[in-house]
Design a binder for this molecule. Structure first.
Ligand code: NAD
Length: 321
């Protein structure tokens, strides 16, 4: 396992990291004991960065991850978030300074710890950017001064918004998802140059495009337009005809990024952790990669509208259109 610098934080993160949204059953029911085994297996194999949020499964993912981490918490870098919540089936957004503090206390309790390494404002496209800059981030930095969190960052989908906030406010890292993988590489056009210049840590989440780039395919809630999902299925089929599982190629593609600090993939099964770890070493079939990129070309870099309209990326299309 290689460890890379997370921006200027001084933290060294494993190039492959563990996304815990699946532990919150965001992709359907899981076997909780197997989820816990997956966490332990990942730590034993050198994965040291774990990402979760109160949103995932309406705190279920935090609770399960906290349980799995008992006795091992200090050997890993733990990231959680605030601002986006699930209450029953409803979504709730609250990026206020009071919620920053209250949310942290709740997360500490769920995660059975007394500090968070990486504290992130979750999906900032769901509020006005001025609130993030003038209220949310200052409140998060205050928690840092108090020693409750070590570093502060933002997450989201629209790249232009993330870039704008990173230009105007102090952030240690940015987590972006579904914007650097076989289906979409626009992260490198919009965001990477700025974060590189400023030395901001870059976390690339959802290298499987939220399960699109797997044999199982996209979950029903996936926001991508239909034509994107159809082309992905064609690509998966082509890989299959060559005896390759598309998830392997997708992992290799994402892991090869030079600046990204860590590639964050969602896992709740030991066999997925094992397969993704294997991709750190496996030789890349560049001929197959080229063929797959050609199949995907007609829909590459299609992005969808996410958050409030003022934050949409300029070229974004309606979800599931
Ligand atoms: P992903 O692209 O990582 O896909 C995860 C899905 O693929 C899960 O259903 C998982 O079971 C499956 N999978 C994983 N490895 C596999 C393999 N080798 N073969 C077949 N299937 C495999 O999408 P994700 O989980 O949504 O994103 C990764 C993580 O990044 C999340 O768990 C979360 O922690 C984080 N994330 C954060 C944000 C945000 O902050 N806004 C957004 C998206 C993701």
């Amino acid at each position: 396992m290689r460890y890379k610098k997370l921006g200027k934080t001084g933290l060294k993160v494993s190039e492959l990291s563990f996304g815990a949204s699946s532990l919150g059953e965001e992709y359907g029911p899981i076997e909780p004991a197997e989820g816990e085994r997956a966490v332990h297996y990942a730590i034993n194999k050198g994965i040291n960065y774990f990402d979760v949020a109160p949103y995932y499964g309406g705190t279920l993912a935090e609770t399960r991850l906290g349980q799995a981490l008992v006795g091992r918490r200090d050997s890993i870098i733990l990231a959680t978030k605030m601002g986006r919540y699930k209450v029953g089936n409803a979504e709730e957004f609250d990026f206020s300074a009071t919620r920053v503090r209250r949310s942290l206390e709740e997360s500490l309790r769920h995660l059975k710890t007394d500090y968070i390494d990486v504290y992130l404002a979750h999906d900032i496209e769901f509020t006005h950017r001025e609130q993030i800059i003038n209220e949310t981030l200052p409140a998060m930095h205050q928690l840092r001064k108090e020693g409750k969190v070590r570093f502060v960052g933002i997450t989201g989908y629209p790249l232009h918004l993330l870039k704008d906030v990173a230009e105007r406010a102090e952030v240690d890292m940015i987590l972006t998802y579904c914007r650097y993988n076989l289906m979409d590489t626009s992260m490198d056009e919009v965001l990477t140059p700025l974060v590189r210049e400023k030395g901001i840590g870059l976390i690339n989440a959802s290298p499987l495009h939220m399960r699109v780039l797997t044999e199982k395919g996209a979950p029903g809630w996936h926001p991508a337009p239909k034509r994107v999902l159809e082309v992905a299925q064609k690509a998966a089929q082509y890989c299959r005809s060559k005896g390759v599982d598309i998830s392997e190629l997708a992992m290799q593609f994402a892991l090869a990024h030079e600046y990204v600090s860590t590639t964050l993939v969602g896992m709740s099964k030991v066999r997925h952790v094992a397969r993704n770890l294997k991709m750190l070493e496996a030789p890349l079939d560049s001929e197959l990669l080229e063929e797959i990129l050609n199949i995907i070309k007609p829909v590459v870099n299609i992005c969808w509208q996410e958050g409030i309209p003022e934050n949409f990326d300029p070229d974004a299309v309606p979800q599931q259109s």
